[in-house]
Design a protein around this ligand. Structure first.
Ligand code: D5M
Ligand code: FE
Ligand code: ZN
Length: 542
């Protein structure tokens, strides 16, 4: 059954009603007898309604529920903790609401601005990421790079209060969509109505997580309709995963409620990748590099020259690897940059950042031109620090040869017949201290944690600064064949549910800072993947 208020909301939806109804149905669980307004408002499709000022959201649809004195919009619930002090007060919810169907121009968030044709294709696959099995069509493999998702040229945020609300809503709805394929979750708001004792499911973003005096894990979970305290008992099945829950990730939970704001969890459901029976393969060989740090006094130029000699066929290559290489992908920190940390001047052999890029371009120009080089930035590069980062600016691109392609951080693309997700990996600094069992020595384990959460940088407000773009570009919507990170200066490789996860180390020797912090880099090692088999090996040049 459907209640009249829900019907009115559906009728007022400015997009295709069928889509909304499908979305609402997908969000119901078997215990639902009456579909009410909360179920409609909780549907991710509903959450994209915007205002009439050219596409920027004036209010979120949840604010339509003016007459509910108990409900706080997601903005009020989460924002004081997340963004840095907002410039001004939020738009008052009720005054900004055009009555359903009577508002002159209620529109959707712009499908246009952010989408150029190639990202539209990405979007359509991302709608059902779990149905994509990773087996790419076996058409002849093109050596060109096909961009899938990348912020470059599409950044719109200015960091206002409402940008943060929209950013977190987008994170929530994207991951909710993944989880909804595995569970029938109901809105948190509905937990207070006569469902005490029944097994139900919810999907929410973690506002806070702590361990109680009795050793239980207590998670404050929110969705756009409300918040609830979720209790995972100590020692219950799956406790290991429960111990890894971090703030701001989106999780699903099944369990029972007492109807008074507490939820006793039975199972934690992560948006994790689905296991695959086969792995995606392509053609040619790829080298994975990162953290070259050209311009640093610690840059290991002699080892680099050994690498260049090898790739140019001037050294022994009994396995014929060098001649098979078609791609070299660099996951950030090409140069050491300037002003990145206090006292960096003392560690710089080249003190001008443009000169650093000039030298880096010279070094990369020694790589044979038949090899396509892909360059993604990191926190030492000359682009904005906040993630997602755009590709290097044109003024710097001009320094490089034609075989270099510039992408953002993160960037998803198809290359060599397989799908890549390249991310510098700054969030590893946030994940290592928060998740038991992680260490800088095994960065691949932190990368698996990203995959399980379907997010490259789940923790907000710590070391990684995140720009509140309209869409959360850090959500792992597409299941890549390769996840490639850098940043922590240690090589690590693993395969997880069909994804080859590799951290490509560095070309910078141990800095004084790293010595003090007991960070042991593993420099001058290049991971190589034969894309036709997805076998990976380390090539050592130190
Ligand atoms: O980061 C290389 C690694 O060293 C990464 O794990 C962070 C750590 N690092 C480097 N500098 C600092 C400072 N100043 N504070 C804390 N941690 C640091 P990279 O991006 O290459 O500098
Ligand atoms: Fe680095
Ligand atoms: Zn870095």
């Amino acid at each position: 059954m459907i209640d009249p208020e829900a019907l009115e909301l559906i009728a007022s939806y400015p997009g295709p009603c069928e889509e909304l109804v499908e979305g609402v149905i997908a969000g119901l669980d078997r215990s639902t007898l009456v579909v009410g307004a909360p179920e409609v408002r909780c549907c991710p499709r509903w959450a994209v309604v915007a205002g009439d000022d050219g596409g920027s959201p004036r209010r979120m649809p949840l604010d339509l529920k003016r007459h509910d004195p108990f409900r706080r919009p997601l903005s009020e619930q989460s924002i004081p903790r997340r963004p840095p002090s907002p410039a001004g007060p939020p738009t008052p919810p009720s005054s900004a609401i055009p009555p359903p169907r009577m508002g002159a121009s209620v529109t959707f968030e712009p499908p246009g601005d952010l989408e150029v044709p190639h990202s539209a294709a990405a979007r359509s696959e991302a709608v059902s990421p779990l149905r994509w099995d990773g087996a790419l069509p076996k058409a002849p493999v093109s050596s060109s790079l096909e961009g899938l998702t990348d912020i470059t040229g599409r950044s719109t945020c200015v960091g206002e209060y409402r940008d943060f609300v929209r950013y977190f809503r987008d994170r929530y709805s994207k991951i909710r969509e993944i989880l909804s394929a595995r569970m029938n979750a109901r809105p948190i708001e509905s937990l207070r109505r006569g469902v005490a004792g029944r097994e139900i499911s919810i999907i929410g973003m973690v506002m806070d997580v702590r361990t109680s005096a009795k050793g239980n894990r207590v998670v404050e979970l929110e969705d756009p309709t409300g918040t609830v305290t979720v209790i995972f008992s100590k020692g219950a099945p799956g406790s290991e995963e429960v111990g890894t829950i971090v703030p701001d990730e989106v999780i699903g939970v099944t369990g029972t409620t007492d109807g008074k704001g507490r939820f006793f969890a039975k199972t934690l459901v992560q948006p994790d990748l689905q296991a695959r029976s086969s792995i995606a393969t392509g053609e040619g060989g790829a080298l994975l590099l990162s953290d070259v740090h050209v311009g640093s006094t610690y840059f290991m130029e002699e080892a680099w020259e050994r690498f260049i000699g090898w790739i140019r066929g001037e050294a022994d290559d009994p396995l014929g690897i060098a001649s098979n290489v078609r791609y070299a992908v660099i996951a950030g920190d090409l140069v050491d940059g300037i002003g990145i940390y206090p006292g960096q001047e003392g560690d710089l052999a080249i003190k001008d950042v443009v000169e650093q890029y000039g030298r880096a371009a010279e070094l990369l120009s020694e790589i044979p031109e038949r090899i396509k080089v892909v360059l993604s930035p990191g926190n030492h590069d000359m682009v904005r620090q906040a993630e997602p980062q755009p590709a290097l600016p044109d003024s710097l691109r001009d320094l490089f040869k034609k075989n270099v392609t510039f992408v953002g951080n993160p960037a998803a693309f198809r290359l060599g017949g397989v799908e890549w997700l390249v991310y510098h990996g700054r969030s590893i600094d946030d994940l290592v201290p928060k998740i038991p069992g992680l260490s800088y020595a095994e960065p691949q384990k932190a990368m698996v944690e990203m995959l399980k959460r379907r997010h490259l940088s789940p923790i907000y407000g710590s070391r990684v600064s995140i720009a509140p773009e309209v869409e959360d570009h850090l959500v792992i919507q597409r299941q890549p064949a390769i996840l490639h990170c850098g940043h922590v200066h240690t090589v690590g490789m693993t395969r997880y549910k069909g994804v080859t996860a590799i951290n490509s180390g560095t070309w910078q020797g141990q800095t004084d800072f790293q010595k003090k912090m007991n960070i042991q880099p593993t420099p001058a090692i290049v991971p190589y993947i034969d894309l036709s088999t997805m076998r990976a090996r380390r090539l050592i040049f130190d």
